[in-house]
Design a protein around this ligand. Structure first.
Ligand code: SF4
Length: 329
């Protein structure tokens, strides 16, 4: 009997996730067993989380001009990327984007800014925007503002922020090859702070930056120690001018294996399709939804355009799934 069939009985009858050695075995499965792996990942998510797909939209409320040097990012001042740059958007623009998000069928809206961490003025702008969005829409508000101090995390929680996004980006052993201006440990500290103050932690990474399969597995288990309620999986979309500009995008089948592996390590939380899926997955995007994914970022990403949210809503419906709204913590 293959490992997929063995695990199927185990994972569906006992709420357990796979162990690192099992993950290693699964990512080495021959290509003909990929459909069985995806099917198991889908069954596990249906069994432990349920049906449906949660949609979230984000706004890049402050774009470009970031002091950090994350090698995948077109918003860093260290690279010569042709990315747009703007200060914190006027409140009516942020509110307009939130209303459009609600109209698209998404339930969650994330305010993202390109900074190492927010200063006082940025916090004031963000808190004002959160208050306005919560007063005017029924959206759950998330934030992604970089490294936080405790008083900032508490202020966001008190303002009603449901989840805070802070990706580990990469495994500890690979992170120094991607970022030199802050450490992996600093990122972990902010993740722990988010948990400590009682916001839901949304933390994932970017796949396809040159890491090995072993480092993808390492990232997954390092995330598991942090207890996220949601994992965004980004696939590298190589941006011109960045040090990763010339990396070839992942193969769709490699992305699908990654999704299935994460699902089997995290049976009952949101695994969210994030940046790069259109480029990397192409026509295979739908397979991710029946291979472990239960959340999507829809609309545009931070510096790249996504496809219209209506196409994703249709894809979800075509797969016999519903767009759902739920609290995952
Ligand atoms: S990923 Fe974030 S912190 Fe890193 S350079 Fe881009 S905006 Fe700055």
């Amino acid at each position: 009997m293959s490992i997929v069939a063995d695990l199927s009985e185990e994972l569906l009858s006992r709420k357990r996730s796979i162990e690192p050695d099992e993950a290693r075995e699964l990512v080495r499965l021959p290509a003909e067993e990929l459909p069985a792996l995806l099917s198991l990942a889908h069954e596990v998510r249906r069994h432990w989380w349920g049906d449906g797909v949660e949609l979230e939209s984000l706004i890049s409320a402050k774009t470009g001009g970031c002091q950090e040097d994350c090698a995948f990012c077109a918003q860093s001042i260290h690279f010569d990327s042709p990315a747009q740059r703007h200060a914190f958007l006027p409140l009516d623009e942020v509110l307009g984007a939130a209303r459009a998000t609600e109209a698209s069928g998404a339930s969650d809206f994330c305010i993202v800014v390109a900074v190492r961490g927010p200063d006082r003025r940025m916090m004031d702008d963000v808190l004002e925007a959160i208050g306005a969005i919560r007063a005017d829409t029924s959206l759950e508000v998330h934030c992604s503002l970089g490294l936080l101090e405790r008083h900032q995390a508490e202020a966001l929680r008190d303002a009603g922020v449901l989840r805070y996004n802070h990706n580990l980006e990469a495994a500890r052993s690979f992170f120094p090859e991607i970022v030199s201006t802050h450490t992996w440990e600093e990122r972990v500290e902010t993740c722990r702070l988010v948990n400590d103050v009682g916001m839901g932690l949304c933390s994932g990474g970017i796949i396809g930056m040159g890491e090995t399969w072993e480092q993808r597995i390492e990232l997954a288990y390092q995330l598991r120690e942090l207890g996220p309620v949601e994992i965004p999986l980004n696939f590298l979309n190589p941006r011109p001018g960045t040090p990763l500009a010339h990396r070839a995008p992942l193969q769709p089948t490699e992305a699908l294996r990654t999704i299935a592996m994460f699902r089997l390590i995290f049976p009952d939380i949101i695994i969210r399709y994030a940046g790069g899926r259109e480029l990397v997955m192409r026509d295979a995007q739908a397979l991710g939804i029946v291979g472990g994914v239960n959340g999507m970022i829809v609309g545009n990403y931070l510096t790249t355009a996504g496809r219209p949210a209506s196409e994703d809503v249709r894809m979800v419906a075509d797969l016999g799934q519903e767009v759902v709204r739920r609290r995952a913590q």
